[in-house]
Design a protein around this ligand. Structure first.
Ligand code: ZN
Ligand code: ZN
Length: 404
């Protein structure tokens, strides 16, 4: 391999970019892919990059990495910690950090392409390396599909990808079937009639209405979803009012919903709409409330037989202890959009990145949740070695399993 993984990683980590602003990252990716002799297309879905490595007859494998970072102030104290700032979609100046580890994904995919180029005499087929923008906002994969991803690049036989996680470094977490939750961001606007805080009888108080809605929403998962299903409804934001003696005219709630099947998602959304409408009617609201779905991630579902096949290849390379079933993940990912659009199986896995000794100590002490920073934490800090080498190896092993 010609690539210095640590140098590529620390450079990307120092220079994180928000969703659809991955211009520098995309430039670095395109330069590397071009130098490796791939056919490169840039600006796919705004800032995405696609490299095609054609190596004779055989299957086509799509390898995917996402590139964007998050509006988080890094608190790792690492020598290569980010001090970058960016502009969020509302125009605010915000700190930026690779708190989800997408810099690991980019580095490992570049390393895997490098390794596959170096080793091209021993395999045949086509590798499509997809560097996707805007995973964090849930629209990047769809943006690439809408920008004719599969009209320009060969249609794959399988979509493969990985996400760095707080599992121990050297361990791969993978499971067939539903894996990551579908996620919906829902905004609820409740309308009342404002007035003086001393004369509630002249008003319809949207703060009390919001309180009723919030409490009633707690019954959706507990009373309407089977105990064997997994779902979450969280009210993450509540906004109303400007002053304690003014009853406001309106209240706005921000909800996050998670589910693992389309049927459960529909059930959750239907319940939210029904409860919001019912509570507004009970309050005598002067206008119908609105329920709008913002970003929406489909549930990530790994193809069962393709996952079994790939996991067997992982076990053969990394041993039985190197592969684990981590159970359902309540986080979300839009990689499934690529597989669905291509009409082919998806195999997506977690790449362990935590110091194995620290992980084992926290596990023994029962403090995994408090001691081990997870993705999106300002303290999320993947252990670079062996995580980077292992991530390259995992992509190569998986790709080689499917290539000729
Ligand atoms: Zn993330
Ligand atoms: Zn992520």
């Amino acid at each position: 391999m010609t690539l210095d993984l640590e140098a590529v990683y620390t450079d990307l980590h120092r220079h994180p970019e928000l969703s659809y602003a991955e211009h520098r990252t995309a430039g670095i990716v395109a330069d590397h892919l071009t130098a490796l002799g791939l056919e490169v297309r840039t600006g796919v879905g705004r800032t995405g990059v696609v490299g095609v490595l054609a190596n004779g007859d055989g299957p086509t494998v799509l390898l995917r990495a996402d590139m964007d970072a998050l509006p988080v102030q890094e608190e790792t104290g690492l020598p290569y910690a980010s001090t970058a700032r960016g502009t969020d979609p509302d125009g605010n100046d915000v700190p930026v950090m690779h708190a989800c580890g997408h810099d690991v994904h980019v580095t490992c995919l570049l390393g895997a392409v490098d390794a596959l180029v170096a080793d091209r005499a021993s395999w045949s087929g086509t590798v499509v390396a997809v560097f996707q923008p805007a995973e964090e906002v849930g629209t990047g994969a769809q943006a690439m599909v809408d920008d004719d991803l599969f009209e320009h690049a060969p249609r794959p036989d399988v979509v493969l990808g990985q996400h760095v996680s707080p599992l121990p470094a050297g361990v791969i977490g993978v499971r067939p079937g539903p894996f990551f939750a579908g996620a919906d961001a829902v905004t609820v606007r409740l309308f009342g009639r404002g007035g003086h805080g001393s004369r509630p009888e002249t008003t319809v108080d949207p703060v009390v209405l919001a309180a009723s809605v919030i409490m009633r929403l707690q019954t959706v998962v507990s009373r309407e979803i089977a105990a064997t299903e997994t779902a979450v409804v969280t009210v993450g934001t509540v906004h109303a009012g400007t002053k304690e003696n003014i009853i406001p005219g309106e209240a706005t709630l921000g909800l996050s919903m998670r589910s693992y099947s389309a049927a459960t998602r529909e059930r959750l959304l239907g319940s939210v709409r029904r409860i919001v409408a019912g509570e507004a009617a009970a309050a005598g609201a002067p206008a119908e409330p609105t329920v709008t779905v913002g970003y929406s991630f489909p549930a990530l579902v790994n193809d069962a037989s393709a996952t079994d096949r790939t996991a067997a290849a992982f076990r053969a390379s990394f041993g039985d202890q190197g592969v684990t079933d981590p159970g359902l993940v309540t986080g979300s990912e839009d990689v499934g959009t690529l597989a669905t659009a291509a009409g082919v199986p998806l195999v997506f896995w977690l790449l362990g990145s935590e110091d194995p000794q620290r992980f084992a100590a926290a596990l023994a002490a029962g403090t995994l949740d408090s001691e081990i920073p997870s993705n999106h934490s300002p303290r999320f800090a993947p252990q670079l070695h062996p995580t980077l080498e292992h991530g390259v190896e995992a992509l190569v092993v998986a790709a080689r399993e499917w290539l000729g």
